[in-house]
Write a protein that binds this ligand. Structure first.
Ligand code: SF4
Length: 246
């Protein structure tokens, strides 16, 4: 089937998400909380587009909208520019230290919201991707706490978590870099907890925290990994070469 995005006819499968169709056709739609591995978030609303179907126009989040035959989509209409600008201006109030959001506000012409006085320090937009990433790992070390303007993502009671494995997945999916991770030669610190780093038994490169490797090994029912990815592949080719006499 086909749909039209900004005047371009695009082929797609029924039910495919609009954002995926637009990206495949190189039509830019900005996102913050969308992550390929954790789709269906739709919390930041930066990806709003206008969809016209049978003469009716609606504004919807492209990341979760399943396409239907013949719809016409406008990613940058006056209405979308106005509404997206307002969404970004509010996100900037919530996360004034985020350089990314400040840049997006400039690019998309977000208005100054001088009358909105709530301005919290930090970079977190409360999209919840980090919480989902941690839950996907079956860890669940962080969650949303408090309500209203004091709502935030944290470990229980803001104490170093007993279950966090220091993998850094929460930080790597965060769109605004709100989660601080610091590494020395031997340690990684995240959520106020410091983890020892394990080094590759062959080349000495750091391969993760001990807790992270133990957790992955437990889940997979195997021994804790001792080699980095590069050396693992090399040792595999060594085994094959020995077996087949290369
Ligand atoms: S670093 Fe801790 S909180 Fe973050 S995803 Fe890994 S286990 Fe969860």
């Amino acid at each position: 089937m086909t749909i039209t995005i900004d005047g371009k006819i695009c082929s797609c499968e029924k039910g495919e998400k609009l954002l995926a169709v637009a990206r495949r056709n190189r039509i830019p739609i900005p996102t913050l909380c969308h992550h390929e591995s954790l789709p269906g978030q739709a919390s930041c609303r930066v990806c709003i587009v206008e969809v016209v179907q049978q003469g009716r126009s609606t504004v919807t989040s492209a990341c979760v909208y399943p396409v239907e035959e013949g719809i016409q989509v406008y990613t940058n209409s006056d209405r979308i520019r106005r509404e997206r600008g307002m969404i970004l201006a509010l996100l900037h109030k919530r996360a004034p230290d985020s350089r990314l959001i400040a840049d997006m506000c400039r690019i998309y012409g977000a208005p100054e919201l001088n009358r909105v006085s709530v301005s919290l320090p930090g970079k977190c937009i409360l999209c919840g991707l980090c919480v989902r990433a941690c839950a996907e790992l079956s860890v669940g070390a962080i969650s949303t706490v408090n309500r209203g303007v004091t709502k935030e993502i944290a470990t229980p009671y803001h104490e170093p978590s007993a279950v966090c494995v220091g993998c850094g997945s929460c930080a790597s999916v965060c769109p605004t870099g709100a989660i601080e991770v610091t590494e020395t030669a031997d340690t990684r610190t995240i959520w106020d907890k410091t983890f020892p780093l394990v080094r590759c038994a062959r080349c000495g490169a750091p391969i993760g925290t001990r807790e992270e490797l133990d957790h992955a090994a437990r889940k997979a029912g195997v021994e804790r990994e001792t080699l980095c990815e590069h050396c693992r592949r090399r040792s595999m080719t060594d085994v094959l070469a020995a077996a087949y006499g290369d």
